[in-house]
Ligand binder design. Structure first.
Ligand code: ARG
Ligand code: ZN
Length: 483
């Protein structure tokens, strides 16, 4: 979907390619070839996303076979061409492709690394809507090419004893379904998940139907808010779904392993208070549902999959509340920072993690678990060594995106801004950011511009030093803080 404010690298790359292969700009003609670019031009992940079209909707149909533990899948990608397309790519990694159709007709396809290269039977004209359907077989336990950070697998699939969950961030949604796997190309989703009737299937968004035929149940979910591919969640397993009305009419929906449901249910009542607490600071929770998917698998991260945060059940069971409750607040904060407003490119990930960590630390303080100021002061002390080791908060490396200088270093940038402009202006900046870029994607430059506009003063130099400097600038209002 072309978000209101999406970064236009894709269009530029497509145009450049068009010029290179000699397509007169604006002309609609079948030959010479007009190929969509293999990526949107994200410097850290050059092949993520695709040039030449914008995805508008994904339709994911999957049937889980419990005996073989495999998935028969069909993904339909609806898109709009931004140029004449005689050939284009989808991001797709691993799995066994059995067919590709464009507009109902069989298309030629080949695989080139992480790209599924599609040649439609007839060129797609610039501006035209079109749909690509890819049929494939998946084994959630199979190794793939992509390397999710901190995950025990090499793909976006995460197998569980009774099924699977998914964790695509940052570049592994492409091992679960074909598409444009970059947060600048958000789209809406329909999930149709079929599983043996004894199991439960869940996905982002709203459950719109559930039908049992014979031994199988088909669960259909719709995510009507634009969503980045990395935030897709679809899961099958022995789950109990617990729903209740939350603050402001949000449907709270937790998905718990059935054998642990009684044990975990009381803990997750913490979400109700967190929705109210964050709502006070950031404005209304932006989606219709929210809850926790507690997966029976061992992994050491939590992931803000839209409307349905993924955690390991073990985190809730085996870490103390002062640890996991702030983690849950962190993931909830991501629903605003990362999900509602997604990064324009992956070097902007501090906008996700810095904000989530800032509100996580503030929540931990308000709940009496740990001092916010102590955490900021500790981050300040580590600032110079983090910058040396990882790069500045807004300049991470692709193989170490989720580093301390992005999380606590990013939170520290926001704290510096807070100390510079004061609490009231800081909150106005936060809310203006969320309002202006809701349902789209935006980057560091836009944040700096907006902060300056709202504060009524040029904060460019100040923020630039904090975001990109090799050393930690002085902390406003804390002349005694040393790095
Ligand atoms: N965004 C996640 C968080 O809440 C980070 C997950 C890191 N691991 C990964 N595979 N992306 O902090
Ligand atoms: Zn995070």
């Amino acid at each position: 979907m072309t978000a209101r404010h999406r970064w236009t690298g894709a269009a530029a790359a497509g145009l450049l390619l068009g010029v290179l292969v000699g397509v007169p700009s604006g002309a609609v003609q079948a030959t010479p070839p007009s190929w969509g670019a293999p990526g949107v031009g994200d410097p850290l992940f050059p092949t993520l996303g695709n040039g030449g079209f914008d995805v508008t909707h994904y339709d994911l149909t999957m049937r889980y076979d419990a005996a073989s533990r495999t998935v028969a899948a069909r993904t339909r990608v609806a898109a709009r061409a931004t140029q004449e397309l005689t050939r284009f790519d989808l991001d797709f990694d691993g799995n066994t492709v059995t067919g590709v159709r464009v507009g109902g007709a069989a298309a030629r396809w080949s695989r080139d690394g992480d790209e599924l290269v599609v040649t439609p039977p007839r060129p797609v004209h610039r501006g035209a809507p079109f749909a690509v359907t890819v049929t494939y077989a998946a084994d959630p336990r199979a190794a793939h090419d992509c390397a999710p950070l901190n995950a025990p697998t090499t793909s976006g699939w995460l197998p569980t004893p009774d099924g699977f969950v998914v964790a695509g961030q940052p570049s592994c949604a492409r091992s679960v379904f074909p598409g444009s796997d970059h947060p600048s190309d958000k789209a809406t989703y329909t999930f149709r998940l079929t599983a043996p009737r004894a199991l439960t299937a869940v996905a982002n968004g709203t459950l719109v139907s559930r039908r049992t035929t014979g031994d199988d149940t088909t669960w259909t979910y719709v995510e009507a808010a634009p969503m980045a591919t990395e935030l897709a969640q679809l899961a099958v397993g022995e789950y109990t779904v617990v729903t209740q009305r939350g603050p402001g009419g949000v449907v709270q929906r937790d998905v718990l392993p059935t054998t642990l449901a009684d044990e975990l249910r009381p803990d997750l009542s913490v979400t109700t208070g967190q929705l109210a607490w964050l709502g006070d600071r950031l404005g209304r929770y932006p989606f219709g549902e929210y809850g926790i998917l507690a997966a029976p698998a061992e992994f050491h991260f939590a992931l803000e999959t839209q409307t349905l945060t993924l955690v390991s059940a073990g985190m809730l069971r085996f870490t103390p509340r002062p640890y996991w409750a702030p983690v849950l607040a962190h993931e909830l904060a991501h629903q605003w920072f990362g999900d509602l407003v997604s990064p324009a490119r992956w070097s902007d990930v501090w906008l996700n993690e810095g904000h989530a960590t800032y509100y996580e630390a503030a929540y931990a303080d308000s709940a009496g678990y740990a001092s916010f100021t102590d955490r900021m002061r500790t981050a300040y002390r580590n600032g110079d060594s983090w910058r040396a080791q990882y790069g500045a908060p807004a300049a991470p490396r692709a193989d170490d995106l989720f580093n301390d200088d992005v999380y606590d270093g990013g939170a520290l940038v926001l704290y510096a801004l807070h100390e510079k402009v004061g609490a009231a202006t800081f909150q106005r900046i936060e809310r203006a950011w969320l309002a202006r870029y809701a349902n789209g994607s935006a980057g560091t430059a836009q944040f700096v511009t907006l902060a300056s506009q709202v504060a009524g003063r040029d904060l460019g130099g100040f923020l630039h030093a904090w975001l990109y400097g090799t050393t930690t600038p002085p902390m406003p209002g804390h002349p005694d803080w040393t790095s």
